[in-house]
Design a protein. Structure first.
Length: 429
């Protein structure tokens, strides 16, 4: 076996140095995340008292203030989540949690079953730690602002379904990955990547037909002006779909949305029932034109390529670290095996990749502008503007996000920028 690249760093790159590097990135990431959230809370609160320019005729001051309060409450919950995530990461790594799980399972399971037990134990711990915040977000924050329609019974029914489905699908996938890591030699990462890519493509194909209906009811879009407009738009744009469906999103939330799902010939267009009750047929047509823009501009394909390229790079990097003792010991684990390598790598990688967040957000916002431009070519720009204003208003999306927080995190452009671009598109057409 060849010497891993990172092993060539020699004795100067000792375990203690890697621990310090990890703690440095951890501290900087934690500090920046908290700083951005606090900035966001203060900025939104400071602009709560007045409507931003350009929205006086479409949004009332009480509606703007409701959005500000909702954003602040969600951001405060996010701050708590940041601390919880950071505490769990330290507890599992340098705090000895993962080492303790290893000591527990090592005499009780071996081989692939040991790896499966370790990963499922970690998922269980993470889920239990996140559960109180999920309950608070759903039944306090969402309920306080009038968005929650989920009952505790439905919440836990969903949780049980997700757990069982995750175990049913996840167990064979994890076992396959662990087997490939142990059986395919020094280039195991390439075989794992091929398997993982194929699995994701398969999941995208079967999700609309087999998985989504386990959680929601999907009904064909009824005949009428809405369906006629949508079908005419699909013909104009040359888009083929396996169906137009309405999802009972109101069962869980009053938020509205629309999306594409599926892959290849199994693509579906799905509207939340809450969306159809708020928007007029021309506005729904404009929203769909925007979504079609993502398809026609190959944004979905570009995101898939980015995701697959990123996973290949990460798996290659793990291949370089898997035999490095300092990688394990530097993160608080004395043992060394494929399951521990996989767990440690995906636990700590978000700390090191956090600086890439604004780049990914910028790419996403660029795609949104391109999809808006496409929508303005195939539907009325004014209709999309009206639809967006309604959605901002009804979903209590703040019109005054902190610019730096938005630049760092937001996958969609701020409302004022987005509408200004659409107005230019409408004037040009």
């Amino acid at each position: 076996m060849k010497t891993p690249i990172f092993a060539q760093l020699g004795p100067t790159f000792v375990t203690q140095n890697f621990t310090l590097i990890f703690l440095l990135f951890f501290t900087l990431t934690l500090a920046v995340r908290l700083w951005l959230k606090i900035r966001h809370i203060r900025f939104v609160s400071a602009h709560r008292a007045s409507l931003p320019a350009g929205f006086a005729d479409t949004v009332t001051l009480p509606t703007h203030q409701k959005a500000a309060d909702y954003t602040v409450d969600r951001s405060k919950a996010a701050v708590a989540g940041i601390f919880v995530d950071a505490g769990l990461l330290l507890a599992l790594t340098l705090g000895g949690g993962l080492a303790g799980l290893h000591e527990f399972w090592m005499p009780r399971a071996d081989g692939l079953l040991y790896g499966l037990a370790m990963i499922f134990s970690l998922m269980l711990i993470s889920g239990l730690v996140d559960l109180p915040l999920s309950l608070y977000s759903q039944f306090v924050v969402e309920a306080r602002h009038g968005f929650n329609r989920m009952t505790p019974g439905l919440f836990f029914a969903d949780l049980v379904k997700q757990t069982l489905l995750g175990a049913l699908i996840g167990a064979p996938v994890i076992l396959a990955i662990l087997w490939l890591m142990g059986a395919m030699g020094e280039n195991w990462w390439l075989y794992v990547w091929l398997f993982w890519s194929a699995f994701n493509l398969l999941l995208m194909f079967v999700y609309p037909t087999w998985i989504a209906p386990l959680f929601n009811k999907f009904s064909p879009l009824e005949e009428g002006e809405m369906k006629s407009r949508v079908e005419a738009l699909l013909v104009r744009c040359g888009f083929r779909s396996s169906g137009l469906f309405v999802m009972d999103g109101s069962k869980r939330s009053s938020h509205g949305n629309a999306y594409f799902t599926g892959f290849g010939n199994n693509k579906r267009i799905v509207f939340f029932d809450t969306l159809l009750t708020r928007l007029d047929p021309p506005e729904v047509e404009a929203v769909l034109a925007h979504e079609l823009g993502h398809f026609r501009k190959k944004h979905v394909l570009k995101r898939m390529i980015t995701m697959f390229a990123g996973s290949l790079a990460f798996l290659w990097l793990l291949g370089q670290l898997i035999d490095a003792p300092w990688f394990y010991a530097g993160l608080g684990v004395d043992a060394q095996n494929t399951a521990l390598a996989l767990i440690l790598f995906f636990l700590v990688m978000p700390v090191f990749t956090f600086p890439l967040t604004p780049l990914m957000s910028w790419l996403s916002r660029r795609h949104e502008f391109e999809a808006d431009a496409y929508a303005a070519e195939h539907a009325a720009a004014d209709d999309l503007i009206h639809a967006l204003v309604k959605l901002y208003r009804d979903n209590a999306s703040t019109l005054t996000p902190d610019p730096l927080h938005s630049l760092f995190y937001d996958s969609h452009p701020p409302a004022a920028q987005r509408i200004a671009h659409l107005q230019l598109q409408g004037a040009a057409s």
